[in-house]
Design a protein around this ligand. Structure first.
Ligand SMILES: NC(=O)c1ccc[n+]([C@@H]2O[C@H](COP(=O)([O-])OP(=O)(O)OC[C@H]3O[C@@H](n4cnc5c(N)ncnc54)[C@H](OP(=O)(O)O)[C@@H]3O)[C@@H](O)[C@H]2O)c1
Length: 286
């Protein structure tokens, strides 16, 4: 199996690189070696390496910044995804692309299945939805895995931010009225690898997220509870639960962003279980 991986230095890309089977040939690209917004370069790279599968882990992921950086968010998340889909189509490769629960508004407080209508609240959500639609229209052999609240030992994420801020300040104000499922990027990478290995590959939309529902404030408390087992300075960190209305952020996010992972998990020979949060906290502290 020959894989072209984009965004290989991001959270999901790095976790994929750590886990892809050695027997698979990997062409790992990053924003320097393959800018996915450049259609010509994407097509050249794809025609040169002729991958069986393109995994797109590249993305514009700064949700608040996207509100004013609209062109760039759309160039990467929409046009960049289209470029990969068209290149995949031209050589008959499969495209696996990652999207987000932020294509939904989360107003109805229901668990989100693949057949529910999206309605993004933010520029980021709109740009990701545009990428989904463009890819699905351009190339039939496309799988889109929507996920949520991704964290890992790599890059920037909520767990890392909490661990840093927890040592700087004794009390943190964290939103308690947005509910989601934190997802370890390593578990998502494992799902993508198992999907890639399937002989009859699925097409279209699939959802995958960690199995535990919680608010950001509850997530912060769990992070500090795990951290306190390793470093007692975290024992004293207080999490003040606040409302979204009392927290200034540029982008609106879904109140309830729980993705239903059952369709995807049922496709796999073995479901992917959550890696314990403690393991990632430990990697980040030590
Ligand atoms: N993080 C989350 O909570 C979350 C939740 C749901 C879905 N997702 C989706 O999951 C995917 C991976 O997310 P992640 O958390 O791993 O993101 P990440 O850590 O921000 O990594 C994204 C990678 O994309 C690369 N990139 C940006 N612009 C590019 C371009 N024009 N061409 C090629 N590469 C480019 C970045 O490289 P540079 O750093 O060099 O720019 C970065 O390495 C994204 O599609 C994201 O929308 C993420």
């Amino acid at each position: 199996m020959r894989i072209l991986l984009t965004g290989s230095k991001g959270q999901v890309g790095s976790c994929l690189r750590d886990r892809l089977p050695d027997s698979w040939e990997l062409i790992a690209s990053d924003s320097q070696t393959l800018n996915i917004t450049d259609a010509h370069n994407v097509l050249n790279m794809v025609k040169t390496f002729e991958p069986d599968v393109i995994i797109n882990a590249a993305g514009y992921t700064k949700v608040d910044a996207a509100e004013t950086d609209i062109d760039k968010a759309f160039a990467i998340n929409a046009t960049g995804t289209l470029n990969l889909a068209q290149a995949a189509q031209s050589i008959g490769a499969r495209l696996i692309h990652i999207s987000t629960e932020q294509v939904f508004d989360g107003h109805h407080h229901v668990i989100l299945s693949e057949n529910m209508a999206p309605n993004p609240l933010s520029v980021y959500g709109h740009s990701k939805l545009a990428g989904e639609l463009l890819a699905l229209n351009a190339h039939v052999d496309t799988v889109i895995v929507r996920t949520s609240w991704v964290y890992s030992e790599y890059g920037s994420n909520f767990v890392k931010t909490m661990l840093e801020k927890g040592l700087e300040t004794p009390s943190l104000r964290v939103v308690d009225d947005q509910i989601g499922c934190p997802t370890y990027a390593g578990d998502l990478a494992e799902v993508i690898i198992r999907l890639t290995a399937l002989t009859h590959s699925p097409r279209g939309l699939l959802h995958f997220a960690g199995s535990q529902q919680m608010s950001w404030a509850e997530f912060a408390q769990r992070i500090f509870a795990e951290a306190a087992k390793i470093d007692e300075r975290y024992k004293h960190v207080k999490v003040e639960h606040i409302a979204t209305a009392d927290y200034q952020s540029a982008a609106r996010r879904p109140e309830f962003g729980i993705l239903d992972s059952r369709s995807l998990q049922n496709l796999l020979p073995q479901p992917v279980a959550d890696t314990p949060l403690a393991r990632i906290v430990e990697k980040l502290i030590r």
